[in-house]
Design a protein around this ligand. Sequence first.
Ligand code: F6P
Length: 346
Amino acid sequence: MKTIGVLTGGGDCPGLNAAIRAVVRAGIRKDCETLGIRNGWQGLIDGDVEPLTDFSVSGILPKGGTILGTSRTNPLKEVRDFQKIQQNMKKFGLHAIVVVGGDGTLAAARDVAEKGIPIIGIPKTIDNDIVGTDASIGFDTAVTTVTEAIDRLHTTAESHHRIIVVEVMGRDVGWIAIMAGIAGGADEILIPEVHFTMEEVCKNLMARYEAGKKFSIVVIAEGAHREDIGLPPVPDHIRDECGHEKFVGVGNLLGKEIERRMGVETRVTILGHVQRGGSPTPYDRVLATRFGVAAVQLIQEGKFGTMVALDGYRIRSVPLRDAVSRQKTVDAGFYELAKLVIGGRK
Ligand code: F6P
C-alpha cells in the first residue's frame, strides 16, 4: 500500500475538490491511501495533514474552493522549511505528492521535484496561462461566470444608454477577457497582450453610437496596460513582495477616461473574486476528474517531475520544467476573431 499526499496551492478556483476526489478514489482502486495536506506547501512544512477516504470526499465534487485550504507559501524560501518537508515525507510515509496549482505553485513543484521529492503536478488556474496544456481547471467556470455577468450588464446598459466597463481577472494574460468577451458579445476587449490607444477605443465606441447602438460593453483584463489609458506605470512601492503590480482598478480609470472623452454616461463593474468562486461547470468537473485519475496513474508508473495535461481530447504528461518555462498568452487568432465579429466597425 502506497501513501499519496495531495495539496492545493495558490489562488483557489472551482474544480479543485473534483480533482482531490478523483485522486482519492483512483488511489483506492490502485491500492493507495491519500493524505490531504492542508493549506498548500505550508501544510507539508508543518506536517498538517488529514486522511482522505472514499467517504470523506463524498459530496465534494460540485463544491467550489478547496476542502484542503490553500496558501501562496514558497516551500523553498527557507532552507529549514525544505528540511521539514523531507522529514514529513518520511514521518507520514509519503510515496509521492500531487500538487494542484497554478504557475507559482507549479514552479515551486518543479524546484522541489528537482531536489528529489517525487511530485506530479495538476494545472489549475482561472487565468489559463499554463503552457503544455490546452486547458487548466477553473478556466471554463470563470469564463462562464463572466459571460453570464456580461449578459446581465447588456440589458441594463441598453436600457440606460450607457457604456459599461467590465474589469475581469488576468494579471498577465487576457484569456478570460477574450473568451468571455467573444461569448458575451462585448464591443471592445482590452488585454495585456495587445496595446491600445484611447483614441481608437473611443473611435470604435463612437462608430457604434452613431450607427444607432446607444450602449456598449467594454471588457478589460485587470493587467491591461495603464500607460495605454494615458497613466504612468504603477510605482514600485505599490508592488507586492514578488514584484507583482498591485492592481488599483484599471477598469475605473478606463471608465472615467471614456466618459471624459465621449461624454456618454459610463459605469464600471469589477467582477473580482466572483470569478474564482462557485460550483465548477461540467467541463471543469470532468477535466479535474481526468487530471486526478491521470496523476495517480503517473505515480503508478513512477513518472515524477511531470504535470498532467490536456492535448486536444487526450490526457498526457509533460515535464514540469516545460510547463512553467513561460506563460501561455492569448493566441492572436482569438483576438482577430473578436475584432471580426464586433459590430459597428469597418
Ligand atoms: O492567478 C489567478 C488570479 O485569479 C489572478 O487572475 C488574479 O490577479 C489573482 O489571482 C488574484 O489573487 P488574490 O486576490 O487571491 O491574491
